[in-house]
Structure formats: C-alpha cells, structure tokens
Design a protein around this ligand. Structure first.
Ligand code: MG
Length: 183
C-alpha cells in the first residue's frame, strides 16, 4: 500500500499560489516505512509562469527566514513544467504500487494548489480527487499522539514532508489500535 505525503513551499496562500519547492514522501502506513522521496526546487523566474500567484506578505515572510530555508529560491532549480512532469513520473512510475492516498497539510492547501498547477500547465494530474487526504484534520482529531522529533530544517519541502509522513504513520497506527483495542 502506498500513501504519499506532499509539502509545497509557495509564494502565496491562494489556490493558484506560485510554487517554489515540492517535497513528497511515499510511505506504507501498515508497515510504517518510508518507501521513497521526491524533491524539486523550481527556478524563481519560472515559479509564477502561467498565473502562479505571488503575495507580498508571503514574500516578506520568506525574507525573514534563515539561509537554509531561503536557499529553496534556487536559480539552478527546475523549470516549473519539468518539475511537474518529474513529480508525475515519480508518483505513477515507482515500484511501490499504485497510490492509495495523497496527504497534504490542510484540506484547502497542498493538494488543491498542486491540482491547480497541473491544470494551469494543461497536464493530467497523477491522482484522483478520491485520493485526497488531510493530515491537518487527522492530527487535530488525535492531539494526544506525539509528533516525532523534527529532523532537518522546518519550512523546507522535503524535511516537512518527511516529518509529516512519520507523524501520519503514528496517527494511522493509533487509529487502528483505537478501533480494535484488543487487536
Ligand atoms: Mg513546508
């Protein structure tokens, strides 16, 4: 079973936000294992192409972040359309089986923004709306389940996605135990 946790770093909080980094982590919630990871940084001069929205409040937030976080504004990054097709290939072509669930942090954020980006680029998005899942909701329902320690730099796409994936596996395991206390 393959689930994927997604984390986008963006220049706006709107559904058509310009994306500057994509982190994604494939995991098996039953075996509680990370299967593989994906990361793409997008050249800033390509992030806002085809209408990606840039919001000055978000940009000024970025300017106040540490160097390791701002390094995601990478002139050597991918052209945005190429980053989307690499993500498409990673999601659909990896050997861990078909996608069962795509998790984002917020019912109205990562999955929605990514779907909007695929639409803007006239590319087929590599998941169904039936696979959309919200990690923020799951976390709120089980506040007693502790997060694992954070590794790496917060607000970098892959580190955030890895952290959320590990926490999500704990949350799903707790749900299984609470649903069947004697199992
Ligand atoms: Mg993030």
């Amino acid at each position: 079973m393959m689930h994927v946790m997604l984390d986008l770093e963006t220049l706006s909080t709107r559904p058509n936000a310009a994306i500057i980094a994509i982190g994604a982590v494939a995991f098996d919630p039953q075996r509680m294992e990370v299967l593989s990871t994906f990361e793409a940084r997008i050249r800033p001069d390509s992030a806002d192409s085809l209408g990606g929205h840039v919001d000055m409040d978000t940009v000024s937030w970025w300017m106040r972040q540490p160097d390791a976080v701002r390094a995601q504004w990478d002139d050597e990054g991918a052209q945005f359309g190429n980053a989307l097709s690499q993500l498409h290939t990673w999601l659909r072509g990896n050997q861990h089986g078909p996608l069962s669930a795509l998790w984002g942090n917020g019912a109205a954020f990562d999955n929605v923004v990514l779907a909007e980006a695929f639409r803007a680029w006239a590319m087929i998005r590599p998941w169904s709306y039936k696979q959309d899942r919200c990690y923020r909701t799951l976390r709120a329902l089980l506040p007693h389940i502790e997060e694992p320690p954070f590794e790496g730099e917060r607000h970098t796409a892959l580190a955030d996605a890895l952290h959320q994936a590990k926490h999500c596996m704990r949350l799903l395991a707790a749900l299984r135990t609470e649903a069947q206390p004697n199992a």
